[in-house]
Design a protein around this ligand. Structure first.
Ligand SMILES: Cc1cc2nc3c(=O)[nH]c(=O)nc-3n(C[C@H](O)[C@H](O)[C@H](O)COP(=O)(O)OP(=O)(O)OC[C@H]3O[C@@H](n4cnc5c(N)ncnc54)[C@H](O)[C@@H]3O)c2cc1C
Length: 484
């Protein structure tokens, strides 16, 4: 049977974009359907990754400038700098990313159509454009890469003026003096530290018992110290009772209880940011009629090749659930295309995904934490390097941080790396490479690493770890002396 396209991709985010690019490399005819009439590239460029990182970069610049040179009139950054200027900083970054995506699409001869994609059957997609005009296309394969949207709170509404979600906060026209964030995950910690760098007084109301429960304990302790230094207040185990406006005090009030006390507490704030998770964009796609299976939370169920329960229909990116990252979505979209047109055997299952948290300071990790290794009864030793021992960190005034290696005591094989400190999300990849090749911590000791760099932390931590294994070095000499 002859189809209009080899693949139709619904959604132009990282998963859809990379599937399109890979498909053209296989010489296949691809069509991207994008619902937004303003932009192409998905929430990655327009609502999530890139705009939040641009805001972070501007906030860091302001923080560095402010802490280095202060202000002769004692003003806070939010009194001195304007959101308009920060938006101006962000604008060319987003425009250039958007242009790059458009250019790549044109250069690779991927066709695009604007409108809402609806799957009619396993080889037919209908597009309804903004003038309600319908067009139908046939295709050999379909990729659903429609992403996700912010989940809605149960007991209050998001008005996008005072009460914001993680998309509308990026449209704020001023830097708030006070911000209450309801949440306890990655996005919460990123926005909390970004706004704190702008001088905003931030309060986190976390409904769970702790923030970022997946972090290595020691990294978490360092993060909590950094958060305390910034005067960010965290309440865990909270139950939000009500949100209301106090016109007399011209503020918003969040009333909450914690499980520790039954006492009603209140936070006065200018804005509230609700970060209550994500919901997959699977509505009005026609999935129910087709029999595409989803999990209880609505995420599309896929196998290791990103095939759904319906032959010829694939899904990738946020719409299939965790890890819900642009980084992973890029890979998933490409692998789906490899399965459609290439060889599935080329697909390598890699469970060791790194994560990057773009808080200030940055956090990144891969592999087992020390606690997970102990729970698995693996005999591990750790090696640590503190950023204040790194010349590069000294030069950049970025000396808060730690890099921790987790490795097997018997053969020194590296099984986890956990970093808090600037450039963490970049330098994690050195550890990732060593782990991917089943390397040991000797790699960092035996190789010459550029100096001064943040990567030097690997060498220091490897020496530190090796000393522990051999009970060598000043610390162990003292221990041995005492025990003799
Ligand atoms: C604040 C924030 C910060 C983040 N920071 C990071 C980070 O630092 N690193 C990282 O790796 N990830 C980050 N992420 C996550 C990242 O943005 C997402 O994981 C990624 O964008 C998901 O890609 P996707 O291709 O699945 O979908 P998306 O990028 O969400 O794109 C989906 C596209 O599909 C379109 N669409 C939806 N339904 C239809 C339909 N029926 N027809 C046609 N088009 C449709 C939408 O308009 C959209 O353009 C962040 C997210 C947020 C919210």
């Amino acid at each position: 049977m002859k189809y209009d396209y080899d693949v139709i991709i619904i959604g132009s985010g990282p998963a859809g974009f990379s599937c399109a690019m890979q498909s053209t490399k296989f010489n296949k005819k691809a069509l991207i359907i994008e619902a937004s009439d303003k932009s192409i590239g998905g929430s990655w460029i327009h609502k999530g990754t890139v705009p939040s990182k641009a805001l972070r970069a501007a906030a860091k610049l302001i923080q560095s400038f402010h802490s280095q040179f202060g202000d002769e009139r004692g003003r806070k950054p939010y009194e001195r700098f304007r959101m308009e200027d920060i938006m101006e900083y962000k604008k060319p970054i987003l425009e250039s990313k958007n242009k790059k995506v458009k250019d790549d699409i044109i250069k690779n001869e991927v066709e695009t159509v604007r409108g809402w994609g609806l799957i009619k059957d396993s080889n037919t997609v209908e597009v309804v454009d903004h003038l309600h005009q319908k067009k139908t296309f046939t295709t050999k394969n379909i990729l659903i890469s429609t992403g996700s949207s912010p989940s809605q709170p149960k007991i209050f509404d998001i008005d996008h003026t005072k009460v914001l979600d993680y998309s509308s906060i990026l449209e704020l026209t001023h830097i708030p003096r006070r911000l209450a964030i309801i949440g306890g995950g990655i996005i919460t910690i990123e926005f909390a530290t970004i706004f704190s760098a702008l001088g905003t007084r931030v309060t986190i109301l976390n409904e769970q018992s702790e923030i970022l429960p997946f972090l290595d304990e020691e990294i978490k302790t360092e993060l909590l110290k950094a958060i305390k230094k910034k005067n960010i207040q965290i309440f865990n185990n909270t139950e939000i009772q009500k949100i209301s406006s106090n016109d007399l005090r011209t503020c918003e009030e969040v009333l909450f209880k914690t499980t520790e006390t039954d006492r009603l507490q209140v936070v006065e704030t200018d804005h509230i940011l609700y970060v209550g998770g994500k919901t997959p964009n699977t509505k009005s796609l026609g999935l129910e009629d087709l029999g595409v299976k989803t999990d209880p939370n609505g995420y599309i169920t896929v196998d290791q090749y990103y095939r759904t329960s319906v032959p010829s229909i694939y899904a990738a990116g946020d719409v299939i659930g965790d890890p819900s990252l642009a980084s992973a979505s890029f890979l998933q979209g490409r692998l789906a295309s490899c399965d459609m047109f290439g060889s599935s055997s080329e697909i390598m299952a890699d469970d060791n995904l790194p994560y990057g948290i773009y808080s200030i300071p940055e956090i990144s990790g891969i592999g087992l934490t020390e606690q997970q290794a102990i729970e698995l009864q693996i005999d591990v030793t750790v090696g640590r390097a503190y950023y204040d021992n790194l010349t590069r960190a000294d030069l950049n005034h970025e000396t808060d941080g730690i890099l921790k290696l987790v490795f097997r005591t018997d053969n020194l094989k590296l099984i986890g790396v956990h970093i808090l400190g600037e450039h963490a999300a970049d330098i994690i990849h050195l550890g990732q490479s060593v782990m991917a090749h089943n390397g040991t911590i000797k790699y960092f000791i035996e190789r010459v690493l550029n100096y001064p760099t943040y990567s030097e932390a690997y060498k220091i931590a490897a020496f530190n770890g090796l000393n522990r294994v051999h009970k060598a070095g000043v610390k162990y000499q003292k221990v041995l002396e005492k025990s003799n």
